[in-house]
Design a protein around this ligand. Structure first.
Ligand code: NAI
Ligand code: 15L
Length: 273
């Protein structure tokens, strides 16, 4: 028997709406909001109808973010730099940006945030380990560090102001796993949407960290500490194993085989910082 759809929020904010995941979520989140406010610094397609608001905004601009957040009931924070870059490029969108989002949430009485964190918060753990959300963080990049800071921001705003967050440590959310590592880390778009639904509607989450991963045969991440979310992934990378395994396996000493964060663990340095 299918679950009844939960009551839609009046207005949800999605940052990063022009991005790879943002474009998918723009469609898949429709059942959960009467109005979706869609924001990005990059161009976005015009509003399809009155259920969409297009709101260009630079996350590094505090005043603009405060205006962006006014009147929304919950925030899905997916905007920002999404790969490894020099620290100076990560700073504005990801470090200042996440502060602007939480401070605006406090000022405007928003009580729930879903934060697109990343596996790169724990990327220096080895692929021979299985870890849960209590494992020490081992960021593998300036990008991973910025997501780790975002998780700390979420924790602080819950302890200090009662704003609840689910931090999604997303693995690799693409249409298909693209390489051997992603057979472990893949998160289907349908499972991502389910995870966001659970993050929005679970009554009490405090600050919950959950790994965003599908029901893959082999995974490095144990989500029992987030079982209160009731996330039950339906898809599996096994569907794609044969096609992925046509690719040569990277050498045994390649970061893509050594570390959970894969190649991010070998990025940089970026000139004379
Ligand atoms: P993406 O790079 O396609 O989308 C990010 C969006 O943020 C872009 O549209 C970009 O224009 C926007 N953005 C960048 N700087 C901005 C600024 N200063 N102000 C406003 N918007 C800005 O990345 P993707 O794959 O869609 O990921 C979405 C989120 O999920 C990101 O936060 C990423 O770190 C996170 N994530 C994604 C994973 C994946 O497998 N796709 C894995 C782990 C985390
Ligand atoms: C991420 O955090 C990135 O945003 C995404 O582009 C992928 O690189 C993903 O991690 C991954 O680890 O596969």
């Amino acid at each position: 028997m299918s679950q009844p759809s939960p009551t839609p929020f009046n207005r949800l904010l999605l940052t990063g709406a022009a991005g790879g995941l943002g474009k998918i979520l723009r469609e898949s989140l429709r059942p959960y909001a009467r109005v979706l406010r869609l924001s990005d610094i990059a161009p976005m397609a015009p509003a399809a109808d009155e259920s969409e608001e297009i709101w260009p905004c630079d996350l590094a601009d505090k005043t603009a973010v405060h205006e962006l957040v006014a009147g929304v009931d919950a925030i899905l924070h997916f905007g920002g730099v999404s790969v490894e870059r020099p620290f100076e490029e990560v700073l504005g969108p990801n470090i200042c940006g996440v502060f602007h989002i939480y401070e605006a949430a406090r000022r405007h009485g928003v009580k729930r945030v879903v934060f697109a964190s990343s596996n790169h918060v724990i990327g220096f753990h080895g692929q021979d380990q299985v870890i849960d959300a209590n494992a020490p963080r081992r960021p593998d990049s300036y990008y991973g560090l910025s997501k780790s800071y975002g998780e700390d921001m979420a924790s602080f705003y819950f302890d200090r102001y009662g704003i609840e967050t689910v931090s999604l440590r997303i693995g690799s959310s693409f249409p298909e796993p693209q390489n051997h590592r992603m057979l472990n880390t893949w998160l289907s778009y349908a499972d991502l949407t389910q995870l966001i639904e659970r993050a929005l509607y679970t009554p009490q989450v405090g600050h919950t960290v959950v790994y965003g991963v599908s029901n893959n045969q082999a995974v490095w991440w144990d989500n029992r500490l987030a079982s209160h979310l009731g996330y039950q992934p339906k898809d599996s990378s096994e569907t794609f194993r044969a096609q992925v395994e046509r690719q040569p396996l990277p050498p045994a000493d390649d970061p893509a085989r050594l570390y959970q964060g894969g190649a991010f663990a070998a990025s940089g340095p970026f000139g004379d910082q």
